[in-house]
Design a protein around this ligand. Structure first.
Ligand code: SF4
Ligand code: SF4
Ligand code: SF4
Length: 273
């Protein structure tokens, strides 16, 4: 049974507890960040920030100001472009929902970054041994029967974890039972072939100005994995050969760095490698 998360942005209060819980569970380093013009912080997802809350102000007809808070992270697509574009199967879609990444397989080509329609995978540019990083849907927690850290922490139940199909039904019930509260769409139900992360919003993503924040509405319903497979099929042989050489060098350099790190650790512990 494929799991999902219903993100009801009308229940979100912008406390950012989910951001902190994600950092904590995934042992992500603290990074010096700044507030954006809209108070979002951090301003972008990064290899050290798997999720963030986008803040949006809303001027009501009576002159009062309201807020919308929209959580962003990997969408965990049903048929992910990142998976189909990866030439070495470093990214995989698990049957229960998460799209996970295997450090040991990655050759650093960054095709996943180019293929993802939601601009999610991030590269550890500042690391000597860089990997791709993104939200894991807390696959490690799910494997032992726990809910994702962000969902567990949310104080307003804005993040509901459960069976994807049941969440879609629950989302539509909320829309029908609360006329005027929701924009009548469940973002993620069908877009890009469907995603595990599902959204309820008070206004459309266009109206909230989120198209340029990675929440695209022009993708249609075709599973994005199709495009990744097509794209890989069109990469010319020569490009693959040159790419292969580059990637081979990358893999060798990375292996060297890993061995150097292991050697240093072993020396520190007085062991031989
Ligand atoms: S294509 Fe992008 S949004 Fe979809 S699972 Fe891959 S990284 Fe996440
Ligand atoms: S599901 Fe896990 S990895 Fe993804 S945003 Fe939530 S806490 Fe972070
Ligand atoms: S923890 Fe819940 S209420 Fe707080 S910012 Fe995250 S989603 Fe919103």
């Amino acid at each position: 049974m494929s799991k999902g998360m219903l993100i009801d942005t009308t229940r979100c209060i912008g406390c950012r507890a989910c951001q902190t819980a994600c950092k904590s569970w995934n042992n992500l380093p603290g990074v010096k960040t700044t507030f954006s013009d809209t108070w979002s912080n951090p301003r972008y997802l990064s290899s050290a920030d798997f999720t963030r809350i986008i803040f949006r102000e809303d001027l009501h007809a009576d002159g009062t100001v309201g807020w919308h808070f929209i959580k962003r992270q990997c969408m965990h697509c049903n048929d992910p472009a990142c998976v189909s574009a990866c030439p070495v199967a470093a990214l995989q879609k698990l049957a229960n929902g998460p799209v996970v990444y295997d450090d040991s397989r990655c050759i650093g080509c960054r095709y996943c970054m180019m293929a993802c329609p939601f601009q999610i995978p991030k590269f550890q540019w500042d690391s000597a041994v860089p990997f791709i990083r993104k939200c894991t849907f807390c696959a490690d927690r799910q494997a032992v029967g726990l809910e994702p850290a962000c969902a567990t922490t949310c104080p307003t139940s804005a993040l509901l974890f459960g069976d994807r199909q049941e969440l879609i039904a629950a989302a539509w019930r909320r829309i029908h039972q609360n006329p005027g509260r929701y924009h009548p769409e469940v973002y993620g139900e069908k877009i890009a072939g469907g995603t595990a992360k599902l959204y309820l919003t008070a206004q459309s993503f266009e109206a909230l100005g989120l198209n340029h924040q990675g929440f695209r509405t022009d993708l249609g319903e075709t599973p994005q994995g199709v495009y990744g497979r097509e794209w890989m099929g069109k990469v010319p042989f020569v490009a693959l050969a040159v790419g292969g050489l580059t990637l081979g060098l990358y893999a060798i350099n990375r292996r060297r760095a890993e061995l150097a790190a292991a050697e240093a650790a072993a020396k520190h512990e007085g062991k031989e490698v």
